[in-house]
Write a protein that binds this ligand. Sequence first.
Ligand SMILES: Nc1nc2c(ncn2[C@@H]2O[C@H](COP(=O)(O)OP(=O)(O)OP(=O)(O)O)[C@@H](O)[C@H]2O)c(=O)[nH]1
Ligand SMILES: [Mg+2]
Length: 615
Amino acid sequence: MSIRNIAIIAHVDHGKTTLVDKMLRQAGIFRSNQKVEERVMDSNPLERERGITILSKNTAVRWDDVKVNVVDTPGHADFGGEVERILRMVDGVLLLVDAAEGPMPQTRFVTRKALALGLQPIVVINKVDRADARPLEVHDAVLDLFIELEADDSQLDAPFLYASARDGWATLSEEERGGDLTPLFDVILDTVPAPLSDTEGPFQMLISTLDYSNYLGRVAIGRIERGTVQVGCSVALLPPGEPGAVPDGEAEVGKVVKLYGFDGLKRVEVESAAAGDIVALAGLDGVEIGMTITTEDVRERLSGIAVEEPTMSVDFMVNNSPFAGESGRFVTTRQVSERLYRELERNVALRVEETDQPEVLAVSGRGELHLAILMETMRREGYEFQVSRPRVILRTGPDGERQEPYEELVIDVPEDMTGAVMKGLGPRRAELLEMSNPGQGRARLNFRIPARGLFGYRSEFLTDTRGEGIIHHRFLEYGPWAGPVASRARGVLVADRQGTAAPYALFNLQERGSLFIGPRERAYEGMIVGEHARAGDLDVNVSKEKKLTNIRAAASDDNVLLEPPRRITLEAALEYIEDDELIEITPDAVRLRKRVRNSNERKKVARLRDAVGGN
Ligand SMILES: Nc1nc2c(ncn2[C@@H]2O[C@H](COP(=O)(O)OP(=O)(O)OP(=O)(O)O)[C@@H](O)[C@H]2O)c(=O)[nH]1
Ligand SMILES: [Mg+2]
């Protein structure tokens, strides 16, 4: 049977998973009476809860007797490395671009990677149903991007479709609306080349991604480049390196225990598979991304895949807050560290290292979201721990100079708010690269900023733009150390004793800042209960009750008007906290705290630090 291999790539939220969903439905993957959830590919609970794709996923549909292997990829910048690896499995990409937002930082990143690999793009301008859609302008912007990224002639000739993934249709002309996805499927079959498949030669496959199963251990996923493979046959596993023949001593030999192909949402066990198809292969223990699997006798390596280096690191430690152990089942250093090391089996861009303190492990990843997803997963499994403020990972440049990661930052705000944004970003060493006007009274600003400069900025941004701004950033490059950058502009409100928050106390504190906890929630000494409206921290008593003079006063205390507390998500907390603070993470709570809980102790430590000139 003929095959096509495609990946769906885009900036976050431009509609990849929605499109795959509709492709599955229209290709008849589900029985007519089968109840299926929206965006069924976002199958893990964290994905469903956040409405984003975290792990790329393989699926396959049949159209006109052609098997189309489709890989849905995550759009968030932290997972860009994974998208890059996935692209090695496919011959074409569907590049989705939101008809209102146009190309965004991650659009540029994935497009650059796809074009450089010589993949054939098909551009899908999605969400043309949006009231603020401007499909023709976006069409031009994508073409400009292709030219800038030096697309070759056939890539420049890429077909463009206009779609509403949500409503399940795509057309070849901007003037047409409605219908179904048939035009898209037809374009895929016509434009994406069938994989070059030499099924006669000796078996050869590159491992592009890994999966893990408790029964089978590591499972290698990739495209068969050459030959065929059968269950039970002996294969050699070659470490990454120069392409070409590999001497005997360097390879491990093993047996294929199980082999799976993709079909709709299922993985189906198969006895054999041939060049051009994407398969999952189990039975080889030492598999890593970038290794080549070959027949035992012809050991020819394919050029490997680099796994992206982490840019951000955070300390994990045991929870020693006064509320420690209340809800967690796994709370000891040993349990937390075993779990972290186990994560390395599948989370390839993650690193875990010991530090000079025996109870502290440094965990490094690709960004706040990458690290936050791990923390969130562990907390749901019953783990309890604390984490520090993230640090950027520094490098030494070619001349021995200190380098740090820089990010590309795109901000989209109502025009009258650009002043506030510029003012907030200046002291953070952001450099304005471009300012444009996408219409609708909005301005789009592009900056280059040291990753450190972004810490703590998001909450400031949300306040400054009253929630009307959009902010996106992604790793750009390593560059020279930028010197000191401004951090969080406002201080925090810190509980000065243990107790339960009283409405009366919270009511009075509302004037001093915004609160993170609501009435009757518990706090401990040193716990951060809100953000101060000004610079500098403030010690507060959240359990202070109103002096009772009579019964009516006590009753009215319950009726004070409180603003709803500002709930800080884990990612936001990671960006938010300072060096002298920690995040306490347990199955039932995420709390912010001071490392040194007692206020007098804290002042002493701060004085000492100032005396030795730290910052
Ligand atoms: N109006 C409109 N909304 C759409 C369309 N397609 C997707 N959406 C919405 O856009 C949001 C994001 O859709 P997803 O399919 O999750 O986007 P994604 O590209 O897979 O996002 P990530 O995987 O997180 O990068 C959802 O709320 C969808 O309902 C469309 O054609 N029109
Ligand atoms: Mg998605």
